[in-house]
Design a protein around this ligand. Structure first.
Ligand code: NI
Length: 173
């Protein structure tokens, strides 16, 4: 088990439209487990591959209180969404200490491949629906800031530029 480095906004990898996964092998399964460990340690409820430097379409999440419901989704696709919206205050491990309300469809149905290569579907509402949509956005180079007004996005982005400089300085010290 390894803890991975989480990239912070702004970073070009977080803006990248990720490539589909073509091979599901032991190396990918180990990496998915490392992502889960990294997410739990952060702590967070979701983590997408580009956040740990891999511009590929896979992600992990667990919205339970006790780490009892880990999910690993490879090449996820939204196949149906609610007509009605829900608003939720979101955060992101790539934008630490910033939160904002985001409006999204209240439920989603997602088709994906699991870590054994089996085709699966999940229908989710509530926090799981929010988390699925947030993490799948990452695979298209979208972060929750992109759902906000330009004003709010610019304010948080400027603060993140400063936070990243401080992080780099601390790492070098
Ligand atoms: Ni995020």
């Amino acid at each position: 088990m390894a803890k991975l480095d989480i990239l912070w906004v702004p970073d070009p990898i977080l803006k990248t439209k990720c490539a589909p996964v073509t091979v599901i092998d032991d190396a990918l399964r180990v990496f998915l487990d490392d992502m889960l460990d990294t997410m739990y340690a952060a702590p967070g409820i979701g983590l997408a591959a580009p956040q740990v430097g891999r511009a590929e379409r896979f992600l992990v999440l667990d919205v339970s209180d006790d780490k009892s419901a880990p999910l690993k989704l490879i090449n996820p696709e939204i196949v149906d969404v609610a007509d009605e919206d829900a608003v939720y205050e979101e955060g992101c491990l790539s934008i630490p200490e910033h939160y904002a309300e985001v409006t999204r469809p209240a439920w989603v149905k997602v088709a994906y491949t699991d870590e054994t290569g089996a085709a699966r579907e999940i229908t989710a509402d509530g926090l799981l629906a929010v988390c699925l949509q947030h993490e799948m956005d990452h695979l298209d180079g979208i972060v929750f800031l992109d759902h906000l007004s330009a004003l709010k996005r610019n304010i948080i982005t400027r603060k993140m530029v400063k936070a990243k400089k401080a992080r780099t300085r601390d790492a070098a010290a």
